[in-house]
Every structure is written in structure tokens, then in C-alpha cells.
Design a protein around this ligand. Structure first.
Ligand code: SF4
Ligand code: SF4
Length: 295
């Protein structure tokens, strides 16, 4: 049975085959060129099926309504508000306001959509690669799971938070010393680095929430953000702190346009569904990029 007909992947493949992003571009164009004050009015008008080069959407309004809060960002085209973000092109040049807004919305739509798709595709694989440290066959000495400050409470592990850890990164040479040896030779722990917190899984270690018998996550509904986004990523925009601005005392985050969809080749469903992932990226106007992460 080919992967594209394997029923275990059917739900994820259906979403990959019908991305929301092309519909969002249509909404943006209609909103800008039509007599609409609010984006919700555009969506209410979409009563007929829509066909694009890549997919048919029998009920476009029903697909778009759950994303109204993101799509309302387009209202800035008619109702100017303080800037949400500063977005520049990949080469550093200024970006047209329409295109910048389209990429900003696309990044958020795809992040939400891919969380669902990744979750649907991961479950049938019976794989735990994202939740364990490197094995003997891998060159890395540890794997890192970045965590937001509020997420570390979910992990009952020792914390390493010293002047030395806060001044460096896990990839520094020489490595941070813990108990007289490189930190990655100690058991799994939470580390506070210059960039923030991360869970470090040394060789043969596992996340404390990985259930050994089933391979499932014990805190699945509350798993950290980073665990929600393996292994296909929206990379329409990249956060770029160097472009941050302060406007009238308000911080405005900077981004750089990338227009890519990243997929991590180590993941079994990425390998099996390469063609469908590539087609999804192209339908969204993003260049699909497959790359190895662990190995
Ligand atoms: S929190 Fe859950 S999903 Fe995340 S690494 Fe641990 S077991 Fe895996
Ligand atoms: S590598 Fe892929 S299939 Fe394996 S746990 Fe991670 S997301 Fe799931």
C-alpha cells in the first residue's frame, strides 16, 4: 500500500490536500477590492464552492470562519492601526504592505493548520524520535527541546540556572560544565541559557512524560508549544529581533520574509508523504525545503 492510500494517514492527507492559505489570499483580494468594511462580510459572501489550481473547497466559508480572528488582520488595509510588526524582505529591502500582511497572516494560519496536520500524521507512526535523546547511531551528544519560561513547571526535573548557563548556549565550546564534566553527560535536566530555557535529553534519555509502554505523551493536551509543531513548519516569516522597533513606546517585533515550508527529513511521515507535503507548500506559495535535523 502506498503512503498516499494508507488509511492511517487519510485525515492528515486530506488537510494537506486542501490548505487554507490559498483561500485566505482570495479573502484578502476580495476585501481590498470590494465594498466590504469587515472581513466577516467577505466570508459570508462565499456561498459557492471555490476551485483553485490545487484543490476544491466545497464550503469555503465554513473552513474560513474558525480563522476569523487571524483573517481580521486584513482589516488594517482599510482601518489603519498601530503597526503589528515590521516585516522586511529576505534581502533586507522594504516589503510592499499587502505582501507583508499576507505573509503575516499566512504564518499564523499555517502554524495553526500544521499543528493539526502534524498531530494527525504523527499518531499512526508509533515513533518517539521527538521525545528521546540520541541513540548510538546518531552523531549528536544530546537533543534540545526549547521551552518557554511558563512551560518549565510542567517538567519535574532538576534545573540548572547559573551565571555560566545564562551566559551561554548548549552548543558552546567548551561545553558548560556540570558536576565536573560536560553538561550533556548528566541526566536529563532543564537549563537556563542566554536564549531561554530548554530541556536537554542526553544520549539514551527520554522526556519524563513519554509513556514507555505506549510511546504516548502523558501531558498531550498540555504539551509545550515546540512539541505541537513537529515536523512540518511554516517558515513564511522568520522572527528577526535585529529588525525590532519601538513605535510610540510600543515594541514592534521584526520579521524577515522567507516564503518557505520546512519539513524535517528524520521524521517517518515526512519521508513517506514528501510529494503531498511539497504540493501543500506550493499551493501556499511557499518553497518546500526538506532537511535533516537529527542523524
Ligand atoms: S512533553 Fe510529550 S510530546 Fe513533548 S517531548 Fe515530552 S513526551 Fe514528547
Ligand atoms: S519524528 Fe515525526 S513521527 Fe516521530 S515522534 Fe516526531 S513528529 Fe512523530
Amino acid at each position: 500500500m502506498s503512503s498516499s492510500t494508507d488509511p492511517r494517514f487519510a485525515a492528515g492527507l486530506e488537510l494537506l490536500g486542501r490548505p487554507i492559505s490559498p483561500l485566505a489570499r482570495i479573502v484578502q483580494m476580495l476585501y481590498l477590492t470590494g465594498p466590504f468594511d469587515r472581513v466577516a462580510e467577505v466570508i459570508d459572501e462565499l456561498r459557492e464552492p471555490i476551485e483553485t489550481h490545487h484543490a476544491t473547497y466545497p464550503e469555503p466559508a465554513a473552513l474560513l470562519r474558525p480563522h476569523l480572528d487571524i483573517l481580521e488582520t486584513f482589516e488594517r488595509l482599510k482601518h489603519p492601526r498601530p503597526p503589528l510588526a515590521r516585516i522586511i524582505d529576505e534581502d533586507g529591502s522594504p516589503l510592499d504592505a499587502m505582501e507583508a500582511l499576507a505573509l503575516y497572516v499566512e504564518q499564523q494560519l499555517l502554524t495553526a493548520e500544521l499543528e493539526r496536520i502534524n498531530s494527525l500524521l504523527c499518531t499512526p507512526c508509533g515513533c518517539t524520535l521527538c521525545c528521546i535523546g540520541p541513540g548510538d547511531e546518531q552523531r549528536q551528544k544530546f537533543f534540545e527541546i526549547p521551552l518557554a519560561g511558563h512551560e518549565i513547571e510542567r517538567f519535574p526535573l532538576p534545573r540548572v540556572e547559573s551565571d555560566a548557563s545564562r551566559a551561554g548556549s548548549p552548543h558552546d565550546e567548551p561545553p558548560l560544565s556540570r558536576d565536573g564534566h560536560p553538561f550533556y553527560r548528566s541526566p536529563a535536566a532543564l537549563y537556563h541559557w542566554q536564549e531561554g530555557w530548554s530541556l536537554i535529553l542526553p544520549r539514551h534519555a527520554a522526556c519524563p512524560h513519554l509513556k514507555p509502554a505506549s510511546g504516548h505523551c502523558a501531558i498531550y493536551p498540555e504539551r509545550p508549544d515546540v512539541c505541537r509543531r513537529p515536523q512540518i513548519f511554516a517558515y513564511a516569516l522568520e522572527r528577526s529581533p535585529a529588525e525590532d522597533l519601538t513605535v510610540e513606546g510600543r515594541a514592534v517585533p521584526g520579521y524577515r520574509a522567507r516564503r518557505k515550508l520546512l519539513a524535517v527529513w528524520d521524521c517517518p511521515y515526512v519521508q513517506r508523504l514528501q510529494a503531498a507535503i511539497g504540493a501543500y507548500g506550493e499551493a501556499c506559495g511557499l518553497e518546500p525545503v526538506f532537511r535533516e535535523n537529527k542523524g
